[in-house]
Design a protein around this ligand. Structure first.
Ligand code: FES
Length: 120
């Protein structure tokens, strides 16, 4: 088992390596989508670009490499952004859901996360 920390929601979730990040978020009933994605998303097919997350911690190899879909869809986005539906979990990582609308207390949430050891 490995752990994904969701800093917006302030929770750590255990999961199996190889699990899809979008599937994990949905299974845990966290909010992955902003309004556009709520109104219509592609269901994980890598077409709608509404399942953005940012990777805020973990090792360089915590997640699967960028897919060709992500390389295209994330061209003009920050380097640490991923499409959750294209991302497989390999080991523990820290994730921010909906980075396009960060919470006003993001700095504090990041500090709290940094101060808490990420389980392996
Ligand atoms: S759910 Fe549509 S791109 Fe990820």
């Amino acid at each position: 088992m490995t752990t994904i920390r969701f800093i917006r929601e302030e929770i750590d979730i255990k999961c199996k390596p190889g699990e899809n990040l979008r599937d994990l978020v949905i299974k845990e009933r966290l909010q992955l989508y902003g309004l556009k994605g709520i109104l219509g998303n592609c269901g994980g097919a890598g077409q709608c670009s509404t399942c953005f997350v940012s990777v805020e911690g973990g090792s360089k190899n915590s997640l699967s490499p960028l897919t060709s879909v992500e390389e295209e869809k994330l061209k003009n986005r920050p380097e640490n952004w991923r499409l959750a539906c294209q991302t497989l979990i390999k080991s523990s990582a820290v994730i921010l859901t909906k980075p396009q609308s960060p919470p006003s207390n993001l700095k504090e949430l990041k500090e709290a996360s940094d101060n808490k050891k990420l389980p392996k």
